[in-house]
Design a protein around this ligand. Structure first.
Ligand SMILES: C[S@@+](CC[C@H](N)C(=O)[O-])C[C@H]1O[C@@H](n2cnc3c(N)ncnc32)[C@H](O)[C@@H]1O
Length: 338
């Protein structure tokens, strides 16, 4: 089975590259060679920037030590804001909401069915559903953060825990999408339950796609490094999370023996307000996350609330500094069910 090597693409890089038989990125247009499918952004840069500006202008001034939460569960308004912010950041960095070559199907009247696993607030699902009114979108999450009454009407949300099995029949979906989900699971559960369930519900010839960020970034500044080394890392270790599983997705996909055309791209996302909108959004989401993690990390860091608050101020200052070179990778992996 052929597994394509992944491409590294600096965000906003306009240069194109092309390896024989592989997909390539050119500006904001995604083209898969040999297929008559072209993904062109339907939303312009200006539209996305306007949304990002509107977001930043209305963002809440958060009290630093609001609510405890985990990485995976948006439990407060703060966390909801963060998921919106992450959505806009990734949309602007990648220039599109999906990479699998399914646009033709979504635009057709074939009644394509799409599942968003761990849909959270349902932001991606709702955006896709209004862009592709002829397709039907389903979002599931183990907690009902998604809206109760939805518009557009081609969306259905359901509270369901994938570890207990997906409430759908075999081969029901043309495309299954998951974003920022993988670290919610122990690696064995991910491989033995989550992947199996996703592969069960996707049709032969259908696609799956994962979009996953690194749990730990590449950090160049002192206060953020301290927060990471003394707080985040010990906390992650206490949960027995495999922090490398996002890098092994190609291997995991291959080992299923049920997937082909496995393709991975990754994009570098800088933290730092001097780094354009993407950097500003990465800084914004990270600050929101750091603040929301206060109650969980304070015991690991042996700090008072005031000391933790002061550390958040230092990190915020670092993000404004032009010399901040910290970044993290976001990966996008697609494959077709055999
Ligand atoms: C970081 S959030 C990402 C949400 C959404 N995919 C997005 O990109 O905005 C991860 C989501 O996965 C959900 N989740 C975690 N474990 C799950 C499970 N066992 N079954 C279904 N959803 C789960 C969480 O409730 C949370 O909403």
């Amino acid at each position: 089975m052929k597994v394509s090597s992944y491409h590294e693409e600096e965000y906003l890089a306009k240069s194109s590259y092309h390896e024989e038989g592989e997909e390539y990125l050119e500006g904001s247009t995604y083209i898969r060679e040999g297929e008559e499918e072209y993904l062109k952004e339907t939303e312009t840069d200006i539209d996305i920037i306007n949304k990002m500006c509107a977001y930043l202008n209305k963002k809440r001034i958060s009290s630093a030590l609001e609510s405890p939460s985990t990485f995976y569960r948006p439990t407060s308004g703060e966390d909801e804001d963060r998921l919106h912010c992450v959505h806009l950041m990734l949309k602007y960095a990648w220039k599109y909401n999906f990479a699998a070559p399914i646009k033709g199907l979504l635009c057709s009247d074939a009644g394509a069915k799409v599942l968003d696993v761990g849909c959270g607030l349902g932001i991606w699902t709702l955006e896709m559903a209004s862009e592709f009114p002829l397709a039907k979108f389903y979002g599931i999450d183990s907690v009902s953060y998604f809206p109760e009454s939805v518009s557009p009407k081609n969306v259905e949300f359901l509270e369901a825990n994938i570890l207990h099995g997906l409430p759908y029949k075999d081969a029901e979906f043309d495309y299954v999408f998951a974003r920022e989900l993988i670290f919610a699971f122990q690696p064995s559960d991910f491989e033995n339950i989550v992947m199996k369930e996703i592969l069960r519900v996707v049709k032969p010839g259908g696609y799956i796609e994962f979009v996953e960020s690194e749990l730990e970034g590449h950090i160049s500044t002192k206060a953020l490094l301290r927060w990471n080394n003394e707080g985040m890392k010990p906390w992650i270790n206490s949960l027995n999370i495999d922090t490398t599983i996002n890098c092994r997705l190609q291997e995991i996909f291959t080992n299923t023996n049920q997937l082909k055309n496995i393709s991975e791209q990754r994009i570098k996302i800088p933290f730092g307000r001097s780094n354009d909108f993407v950097g500003e959004f990465a800084a914004e989401t990270t600050m929101q996350y750091i603040k929301s993690m206060a109650e969980l990390l304070i015991p690991f860091m042996k700090l008072t609330h005031e000391e933790y608050y002061n550390l958040t101020k230092e990190i915020d200052k670092e993000f404004r500094d032009e010399k901040s070179a910290s970044y993290f990778w976001n990966r996008r992996i697609t494959a077709m069910k055999i």
